[in-house]
Ligand binder design. Structure first.
Ligand code: AP5
Ligand code: MG
Length: 344
């Protein structure tokens, strides 16, 4: 400062006006310097504040965010648990309804108050009925109920072969490859098995033949065999179910290792205990031929070889077609009503 004033004095000399001008200019410079310093200070303090704020925010961030995350996770978990419990109770409820409806139907039979249609069918001397329909249409599911209502045995040739395959019999070994590939077992083997089964079954009041004949040649062979042993076929009950439903049913089907007539479904008829048969407690498994690829092949076989058989029975006036869609008891009821109407 002193140095600057001295410089002003020397520059301006004794000129009072010039001195005054320099002094004014110097004051402005000082003022500007103060203002700049002030601005710098406030900038510094703002920077500091923002640094502090950032630090504060960074320090503060983990706490509220993780608390929010924890809360969100808690809500998601609660919602998932709630959804699972709703699905589980809906499944249990559906099982109970199916079970109780089936039970009502069976109880009604036992008490002698069965539906009038079934009662009239029972009055018939015999009911020789063939069950047809694409794989998975419910033939095996319906046959025990119809058997109980109509008091006639079920003859299931496919099942007979499965029993033979499990027991590793000669016949089972010969049939295995065909079944595994989704192809039809040769007609002579089928007929041999059918003749054997018929010999050991009381078919005096009729029978429910599940899944045979499946081609036109078998239709003729079966007709001949039945006519010579237990009389001809009275009616052919055809379960109508679409392709998508067939896939849904078969990929979810599980059958019992102890008895392949014990059928479950992972969604439609889920066992009470996972992987365990409700009927006998045996282990449940997926049939070898219930894979998507083999189901597709079986459907092709059905279309090319078995549908002509259905058409043939239709043309002969022996076909009773019903929808196989709906609950198991409702399909049973539909079948009994349709058969009753058919027999008149
Ligand atoms: P076979 O054992 O007769 O099989 P399929 O004809 O292919 O029929 P499926 O047993 O698969 O179906 P399904 O109609 O009985 O249905 P299900 O009631 O189980 O034959 C197997 C193989 O043996 C053949 O591929 C062939 O190699 C050989 N074979 C047999 N007969 C032959 C012949 N005549 N000639 C030559 N070869 C022969 O139901 C399926 C699933 O759906 C189950 O899980 C069930 O719980 C569920 N379900 C049933 N009804 C309902 C419903 N109403 N609502 C919801 N789910 C339902
Ligand atoms: Mg079956």
């Amino acid at each position: 400062m002193n140095f600057t004033l001295e410089l002003v004095r020397q520059l301006a000399g004794s000129d009072q006006d010039l001195r005054e001008q320099w002094r004014e200019r110097w004051k402005r410079v000082k003022l500007q310097q103060r203002q700049l310093a002030g601005q710098r200070k406030s900038l510094e303090s703002r920077r500091g504040a923002s640094r502090d704020l950032r630090r504060d925010l960074l320090d503060a961030t983990p706490e509220p965010l993780s608390a929010a995350q924890r809360e969100a996770e808690r809500i998601i978990q609660a919602a998932q648990a709630e959804a699972e419990s709703i699905i589980e109770s809906a499944r249990i409820r559906a099982d109970e309804m199916t079970e109780s409806a089936s039970q009502m139907l069976l109880n009604a039979t036992e008490r002698g108050t069965m539906p009038a249609a079934a009662a009239r069918l029972l009055l018939r001397e015999h009911s020789r009925i063939v069950l047809v329909g694409p794989p998975g249409s419910g033939k095996g599911t319906q046959s025990p109920f119809l058997s109980k209502l109509l008091e006639i045995p079920v003859v299931n040739v496919g099942q007979m072969f499965r029993t033979n395959i499990s027991a590793r019999t000669k016949l089972g070994k010969r049939a295995y490859d065909f079944m595994h590939r989704g192809e039809l077992i040769p007609d002579n083997l089928m007929l041999e098995m059918l003749a054997d089964t018929l010999r050991s079954t009381d078919t005096g009041h009729g029978f429910l033949l599940d899944g045979m004949p499946r081609n036109l040649a078998q239709a003729e062979l079966v007709e001949d065999l039945l006519t010579s042993t237990s009389g001809g076929i009275d009616a052919v009950l055809n379960f109508d179910v679409g392709r998508d439903e067939v896939f849904r049913r078969l990929v979810g089907r599980r059958i019992c290792k102890n008895d392949s007539s014990h059928v479950a479904h992972i969604m439609y008829a889920a066992p009470l205990k996972y992987g365990t048969c409700d009927v006998c407690g045996g282990p449940l498994y997926l049939r070898d031929d219930d894979t998507r690829k083999v189901i597709g092949l079986r459907l092709e076989v059905w279309k090319s070889q078995s549908e002509p058989v259905v058409k043939k029975y239709g043309a002969e006036g022996r076909l009773v077609t019903i929808s196989g869609i709906g609950t198991v008891p409702s399909v049973t009821e539909r079948a009994v009503t349709a058969l009753n109407a058919y027999f008149g």
